[in-house]
Design a protein around this ligand. Structure first.
Ligand code: NAP
Length: 286
């Protein structure tokens, strides 16, 4: 089985980012796009993700700054702070770490974020663009990362039977649209799907985005299928694992992404790509 490593895909995206940044700096000398990472509370997963994302932006020649707020900040106070970040001309793009605490009206924030700074595709405008196949919007980074992994490894999508397990707004649904745009024939599974294993086995490309550790096993994978694992979990031994039981599929799949070192690595590279694109949008306007 071929292992589809995220590092190689990320290196390719880094090269694209370097080229785009050069073009941007011809138009606006000295300009370095800046990412604002907005975090509420001190969830260790969020803090660790934030640290990784800041490092990645810097490694890609970009800037990033954390804007953290207390877990119990009121909805009105957070909206006011978020508005300041949104309107700050020094902030090129925004990543809001979710889920948000219960008192925050998440939909209000999703509607408030400026589409041209919305690097993770949470605003209704960007969602509509993805739905319409309009490439001028930002797709959620993880969904786009799945497509990047396939393209970088020259795995064709057009005409292929693709099954996605998961229909969340941040992964499954937008990914189904991106795959259709690439002319894949898409099936989306969820908790009410009957015969999940049988449906998954039909797939030539199987994407696991269910949020259940090691849920997909050999019986879910068709012979020689390509398996992309979006899941991230910390197991009982404190080690990372995905939604796919990697050991059980390795003699059946033709290729698969590992966890760690697969899609997650590419997600932050896509975030960097979106940040430079947001810099272009901002420069075009100014
Ligand atoms: P989510 O919001 O919890 O959605 C999970 C989806 O999977 C839902 O649509 C759910 O169906 C479906 N599902 C759950 N259990 C299932 C089952 N037993 N059979 C069939 N379908 C099932 O999760 P998410 O935010 O999309 O994230 C999915 C995974 O990706 C998580 O492990 C998360 O940590 C990971 N993730 C990774 C990255 C990255 O950068 N690699 C980024 C974001 C998320 P219903 O709709 O019927 O409930």
């Amino acid at each position: 089985m071929r292992i589809l490593r995220g590092a190689e895909v990320s290196a390719r995206i880094k090269e694209q980012v370097r080229e785009e940044l050069e073009k941007l700096q011809v138009k606006r000398p000295g300009f370095v796009p800046k990412l604002a990472i907005v975090r509420l509370g001190e969830n260790p997963d969020d803090v660790s993700y934030e640290r990784g994302a800041i490092k990645k932006m810097e490694n890609f020649g970009l800037q990033a700054q954390s804007y953290s707020f207390p877990q119990d900040i009121s909805n009105e106070e957070f909206k006011a702070r978020f508005r300041e970040i949104n309107e700050n001309p020094d902030v090129t793009g925004i990543l809001l770490l979710k889920p948000l605490p219960k008192q925050i009206q998440e939909k209000e924030i999703d509607r408030m974020i400026l589409p041209e700074k919305d690097l993770d595709g949470i605003s209704p405008v960007n969602m509509a663009k993805i739905f319409m196949g309009d490439g001028t919007g930002f797709a959620p980074c993880t969904a786009e990362a799945v497509v990047e992994v396939l393209k970088a490894n020259e795995i064709p999508i057009a005409g292929k039977k693709i099954t996605i397990v998961g229909r969340s707004l941040i992964v499954g649904k937008p990914l189904s649209m991106l795959m259709m745009k690439e002319n894949g024939t898409v099936t989306v599974c969820h908790t009410k799907t009957l015969d999940l294993a049988g449906t998954c086995r039909q797939a030539e490309i199987l994407v696991a985005a269910a949020g259940k550790a090691k849920m997909l096993k050999e019986e879910h994978v068709g012979q020689d299928a390509v398996v992309i694992d979006v899941g991230i979990h910390v197991n009982d031994e404190g080690k990372l694992c995905g939604d796919v039981d990697f050991d059980s599929i390795k003699d059946k799949a033709s290729a698969a992404t590992p966890v760690p070192g697969g899609v997650g690595t590419v997600t932050t590279a896509v975030l960097a790509k979106h940040l430079v694109q947001a810099g272009m949008l901002m420069t075009g306007k100014g």
